[in-house]
Design a protein around this ligand. Sequence first.
Ligand code: ADP
Length: 413
Amino acid sequence: MNVLILNLGSSSLKFQVIATDLARIKQYQDDRLCRGEVEGIGGEAIIRFKYRDQQAKTLTAPLSDISATLDYLVKHIASEQSGVVEIKKTADIQAVGHRVVHGGEMFKESALIDDRVLKEIENCIDLAPLHNPNNIKGILAAKALLGDIPQVAVFDTSFHHSIPEQAFLYAIPYHLYRRHRIRRYGFHGTSHRYVAFRYRTLRGLTREQTNIITLHLGNGCSASAIKAGRSVDTSMGMTPLEGLVMGTRCGDVDPAIVGVIARKEGLSSSEVDALLNTQSGLLGISGLTNDMRELQSELKEHEDRRVRLAIEIFCYRARKYIGGFLASMGGADAIVFTGGIGENSPDIRARICAGMEWAGLRVDPAKNQATAGREGPISTDDSSLQAYAIPTDEELLIARDTVRVIEGEPHPS
Ligand code: ADP
């Protein structure tokens, strides 16, 4: 089954086509045909497109909206010019898997999209006003373009459904949870779930034997406490703003700060919201960039106090969460790093793990260096708390969930 995977941001789209089915999933024989992203939807868009391991091509086209983008993309994939010999016509795409950011309290697992599911995704719009509307547009555009082929929604929030009340409720008046569903939902669930699956596969463990803390460190960052294979706590909250320091998001702050900033800076609450989401984190502290790699190379060239602080605060916050989760879950067997930073930066991994010998964790510098962008252990063999780096692959999990939901396989993992 050729599955088109769509991951829609506010003005960008990441896509892949993966050929897979139940037999291929079992044998790890999923076949990634093409991948890429579209940036600048709504104007002159830039499309990066890669067929298998061939060199990526960059194209440009005026793409007014999501519908036009999808139309362009599917036509391109089916054209001779794309090089995707497996797909010669639109009908060669047999299913669509969507990353949907917010599934609220409704979706405990991935769902075949029908009118009822679509309505429920709409009901979650107030929980994710920037994301869910675009996900819905993507679903409707795919239906208009590809007809009645099965479409599956894979939610960022689903994996965290197992978090107990004591960890998902905020200590605010209980009626606010009842009335407005204000609680911790957590995000990046597909990534945490995928690396937990890879970790237990690498170590030959069952789901029940999997007790780990996963750290997804990309532009967005979150930590997840996984006990007996299930998420029992996570750092992101009702929105993806809470928790770790991120590229442009502040993570944890004293909630009273919001009112103070509004008063002192003469900003509305939505302006403060934007400031905490888009002007904070690594960018806010350094005053330079949200990009960790740039911060690191800046620091190599010359001492910059704010750049150093940005990196230190980022790593300190991550370590603090590891400590908190170790205590709340009664210890863990490993910490797993993933996401652009977690996968590729031995330096940040070492900084986060520094001084954690008390917990039985000692990073092996040679293994840590050798595991940039690859999967494997980065701690010494005798560490009682191991550390791993595992590249995430949310798209693969979305493709697999899509197939499993369509084929009626219960509780895909
Ligand atoms: P997103 O969350 O948008 O998917 P990514 O997971 O791609 O983002 O992560 C982007 C972050 O990863 C950026 O801060 C980038 O600088 C960082 N990154 C990527 N490669 C490296 C590297 N080799 N060293 C340090 N940071 C890196």
